[in-house]
Design a protein around this ligand. Structure first.
Ligand code: GLC
Length: 651
């Protein structure tokens, strides 16, 4: 019944062998399920092989590897619960499920938000009140004991962090949420595992099989050669990219902390191990994997060892595995890289649309903070206009803040195109957000100062960076109001840009910096902890008390969430056209849609601004209606007026 003609001859041959191997574990399956699996295998097989061939194709064991992989996928499908198989079918039919205008992500550390996985279920009312349909549960998998980089040093990809619960709890949580239409996302840390992972322990004990899971060197030759062009990720906390292990007299590649050992993806066993874990977690009900630190998966001497083409091949391979065995699942790439590199995570050229479903729009986030500090949208407009078109099948993950620092990913070309010196502008932003710049409203701190490049990244919560912390201290209601408007402006941007907005826990209540990390031995020295506070449930209660900061923010955000789900123009399959309206303080873009175009206008200054209404009429908007406020907007004398930090979504 299969039509294998679309496969290239080599892949066809391999497919027939893989299918034969895959059909065996499928024997306990109903005939209909077996047929469905084989259809999917055939449908995605070329994608799979095209991803794996450039990376592993020259190995003599390539065929065995691919056949073994297909057998594993069949095994995982045979284990897949019925409810998830139904979800698979549903999503075969609605592949745009994650692109919809009703999607809203909410991101939090499970322990800091709700104590445990079970606790998350108890907080469901809060989450649905906000409109969340997608929860990124951070630090869910078992991390190493002691320092673990906020859970990003995994000791066991199959186990849950014991303090949060166990596998049954994750499964139960996913089931309860799924029944309410809420999808669970967890991290899959791909670049490294903990030094306490069984693979690392066995490597340390001298087992060659496991030493091959990592990059290990007998002397400094290779490490020195690589380090000539390797940037430092944590220059102050964890300098260098290699760690000496006296037990085995080897240098181990450790891009991040010395306890995070980089996995050697040139070894197909590593690919297999990760797929096994990924499918296993998907069978518990995880619907989105956030693929952590993917830019670093492939190393090449003479480069910065980021964004190498093999990374995109590997991601395409992983993506195909999910499509075959657990098709309800989507992949989100965490590649915090510059605009030119970012686009490849959706797939370009022969990989177009095949690499990941979702990727963080790091540039949008950086440009938001940059324009907010300078009150000038020209760099933002230019940079975002230069972005290449993305495939229609993907979604940006848009965000104002996350759990990491902000790095000023602004290129020299983009800066000079608008008459800025990139280095000076980045320095200004660091000064501004660390509060050093005269008149700055921000209360952030410098993270990861690199004395060699003078690079300074920034930590701090949205509220503290937007001025709320300082304003509340002064007690000046005008300043409080302005900072609330800034926070709402950021949310109007991420909710109305197109993509999946990822709200970061506490931002909807204006939670300020938590300086408690200074007293925690594992956190001291990593000031990212100041923007990872514990959920303030007392503040959450204030959301219904009129006039409180919490009420103004929570309801301001929720109003836009609701407006968003009434606005089909925001389905992620439609493109965003950033407009150059020649205004230095207003950011404008259009979302063309068969129903008519939506034009967004965002005022990035604390002054009233006017915009020529031609921008609207050119899209056929004669009587602008604002989706956020649900009112018509007056145009007087051919101009539209925006109050300080005002935002419009006009149709
Ligand atoms: C990602 C995480 C970050 C972590 C790093 C290393 O960037 O978001 O928190 O430090 O990966 O795993």
């Amino acid at each position: 019944m299969q039509n294998v003609l679309h496969l290239d001859p080599e892949a066809r041959d391999l497919f027939l062998e893989a299918r034969a191997a895959a059909e065996r574990p499928l024997s306990p399956l109903a005939e209909r399920d077996r047929q469905i699996f084989v259809l999917r295998l055939e449908r995605w097989f070329q994608n799979l092989v095209d991803g794996l061939r450039p990376v592993y194709g020259r190995r003599p064991d390539f065929r065995t590897f691919v056949v073994g992989l297909c057998r594993e996928m069949a095994e995982a499908y045979a284990q897949r619960p019925e409810a998830l198989k139904e979800l698979d079918l549903e999503r075969d039919l609605t592949p745009d499920w994650f692109q919809r205008e009703s999607m809203l992500g909410y991101v939090f550390y499970v322990d800091r938000f709700a104590g445990t996985l079970r606790g998350v279920r108890d907080r469901l009312d809060y989450l649905t009140e906000l409109g969340a349909t997608y929860l990124h549960l951070m630090s869910t998998l078992e991390a190493r004991e002691g320092p673990n980089d906020g859970g990003y040093a995994i000791r066991d990809y199959r186990q849950i962090e014991p303090a949060l619960g166990d596998r049954d709890d994750l499964q139960e949580t996913c089931t309860v949420l799924r029944e309410k239409g809420v999808s669970v996302c967890i991290d899959l840390v791909l670049n490294h595992c903990a030094d306490q992972h069984d693979w690392a322990r066995r490597a340390l004990a001298g087992e060659q099989r496991y030493q091959d899971y990592f990059y290990m060197y007998e002397d400094r030759g290779a490490p020195d050669a690589y380090e000539r062009t390797l940037p430092e990720i944590f220059p102050d906390m964890a300098p260098g990219s290699f760690t000496y292990q006296p037990e085995i007299d080897r240098w181990v590649w450790t891009t991040f902390h010395e306890y995070q050992w980089d996995l050697n993806w040139s070894n197909p066993q590593v690919f297999l191990e990760i797929v096994r874990s990924m499918l296993d977690l998907a069978n518990l009900g995880v619907e989105v994997f956030r693929l952590d630190a993917v830019a670093f998966l492939w190393k090449r001497v003479g480069t910065n060892c980021q964004n190498q083409p093999e990374v995109h091949d590997l991601l395409q391979g992983l993506r195909a595995c999910s499509k075959i065995a657990t098709p309800a699942v989507a992949h989100k790439a965490e590649a915090i890289v510059s605009p030119d590199d970012l686009i490849h995570y959706f797939g370009t050229g022969r990989r177009y649309g095949k690499v990941s479903n979702i990727a963080y729009h790091n540039s949008l986030m950086v440009q938001f903070w940059s324009a907010l500090a300078s009150r000038d949208t020209r760099l933002m407009t230019h940079t975002l206009r230069e972005f290449p078109r993305t495939p229609t099948s993907i979604a940006w993950g848009t965000y104002v803040r996350g759990h990491d620092d902000i790095g000023w990913a602004i290129t020299d070309q983009d800066a000079s195109a608008v008459g800025l010196d990139a280095h000076a502008h980045r320095a200004f932003l660091s000064d501004f957000y660390s509060g050093r710049f005269p008149g700055s409203h921000a209360r952030g701190r410098v993270f990861g100062f690199n004395p060699r490049t003078q690079d300074r990244r920034i930590s701090g919560t949205t509220a503290s960076l937007a001025g709320l912390e300082k304003a509340l201290e002064t007690g000046d209601e005008r300043l409080v109001a302005l900072s609330i408007e800034r926070i709402l402006l950021g949310h109007a941007l991420i909710l109305g840009f197109g993509g999946i907005p990822l709200l970061y826990m506490g931002d909807e209540l204006g939670m300020r910096n938590d300086y408690g990390y200074e007293h925690e031995p594992h956190e001291l020295g990593d000031n990212r902890w100041m923007h990872r506070p514990r959920m303030d449930w007392r503040a959450a209660e204030l959301r219904d008390r009129e006039g409180t900061v919490e009420e103004r923010l929570f309801h301001g955000v929720r109003r836009m969430v609701r407006a968003r789900s009434r606005t089909p123009h925001l389905h992620a399959s439609y493109a965003t056209d950033v407009l150059d309206i020649g205004h230095p303080h207003v950011f404008a873009y259009a979302r063309p849609h068969p129903l008519g175009t939506m034009v967004a206008l965002l005022n990035f200054s604390e002054q009233v601004q006017t915009v020529n209404a031609d921008v609207l009429t050119s899209y056929g908007i004669e009587q602008p209606y604002d989706q956020i406020q649900q009112t018509f907007v007056g145009v007087e004398g051919g101009v539209l007026t925006l109050t300080p930090y005002q935002r419009y979504w006009l149709i």
